[in-house]
Design a protein around this ligand. Sequence first.
Ligand code: ADP
Ligand code: MG
Length: 503
Amino acid sequence: MLDLSFETPKPKVIQGAAQDWELVIGLEVHAQVSSNAKLFSGASTTFGAEPNSNVAFVDAAMPGMLPVINEFCVAQAVRTGLGLNAEINLMSAFDRKNYFYPDLPQGYQISQLYHPIVGEGEILVDMGPGVARRVRIERIHLEQDAGKSIHDMDPHMSFVDLNRTGVALMEIVSRPDIRGPEEAAAYVVKLRQILRYLGTCDGNMQNGSLRADVNVSICEPGAYERYQETQDFSHLGTRCEIKNMNSMRFIQAAIEYEARRQIKIVEGGGKVDQETRLYDPDKGETRSMRSKEEAHDYRYFPCPDLLPLEIEQAWVDDIAASLPELPDEKKARFVTDFGITEYDASVLTAEAENAAFFEEVARGRDGKMAANWVINELFGRLKKEDHDITESPMSAAQLGGILDLIAKGDISGKIAKDLFEIVYTEGGDPAGIVEARGMKQVTDTGAIEAAVDQIIADNPAQVEKAKENPKLAGWFVGQVMKATGGKANPKAVNEIVAKKLSS
Ligand code: ADP
Ligand code: MG
């Protein structure tokens, strides 16, 4: 049995002028579905294509065009739901959300208000070893993305690029279970990690593949617990929604700002207006965009162009059977199988590719040592060049080869670092390199003894001092290592130096 037990963190307390306040946060994350084609058309979803080159007639809302559901996108949403331990709805349906925008040629977005494809699930948000927050997922629905208006290419005109129009999005809605800015960022990190493991969203925040609307309210200590007991929202404060956040850092900063803004209003005797706000990263503040819109403002109604979406349990079961091992299980397994710390296991499982690499290095070897070399040496080295593991010039077999040489006592840890650098920059077989370049450690005690004798003979004054203060033996060890080009087995040198100095 894997141990997935954890402690729940304390909510973040913010000091107001008059009293303490707690934060309540719920996120609506828009995740672009990884799919070559759009939700209702065969047009390509390639990022960065020539503007308006990936637009089917239906995306441009040409008269008489009809949407046709993309089965793969549906499968991706189901896969995501299963990965979040969520209920899958065998019957879901699409609705039109009506509004005007120049980059929305249909005049409505096809979404799923009343019958989403995925129901309740949950995410464990890691807040340090053994500490996690359970955040409930309310629903995931499928919807179309809008196009893009470009206002900064011409001083007098705006342009519209419809490439993104109709691309499939999953809107993943959390319950308001997040209790601080760090938790909100950690929630996005964990969600992104799971989506990337599942292969249902690439999680690229810079390109806008993952963006979050952050709902924030404040309440007095104790109020959230009353909400949890009753699920009655009236125990919570009025929320503001900060739109379209695409950086973990900005999410945190925006929540911090928003909390203080709301505290100031409430402590000043005012009321927080429920509204949609935008975060300005340059000024570090949020500002009002519009007052909160309600579902009826959008005149939602079932999309008459699409039949309700019915899927079969057997199809869902097939998808379930193809799920990969997910981060929580993988992390727990790494701790048990390889005897590494939970912290190291978190680092190693952050990306599925990193985890696979580590496993190949660690299999049949010392797990702790493998973790140490992968994290500190390899990841450290890759980071210097801004590379990720898929761009590593060193394979798992090569790194494993270096570890084998250390384990056999052929090379010392220090020489191993030199060897690592050689293999990393020049490539080649570690054992072959050690052989060819004479890097093997000297374990022959006779040779080491001769070197120690020589240094003792050359430095009588040091010998006298070392006899009084055994700590000075380190100087002799250093000299022997120098004389042998770092190749003497350090353990043997220490022993021989100690023996000779005490005789
Ligand atoms: P709407 O559809 O009007 O946007 P939802 O009920 O779907 O409203 O909630 C949207 C998001 O706001 C959800 O993620 C939810 O968890 C969050 N939320 C709801 N109430 C609060 C609150 N009082 N404080 C913070 N977040 C909240
Ligand atoms: Mg909503």
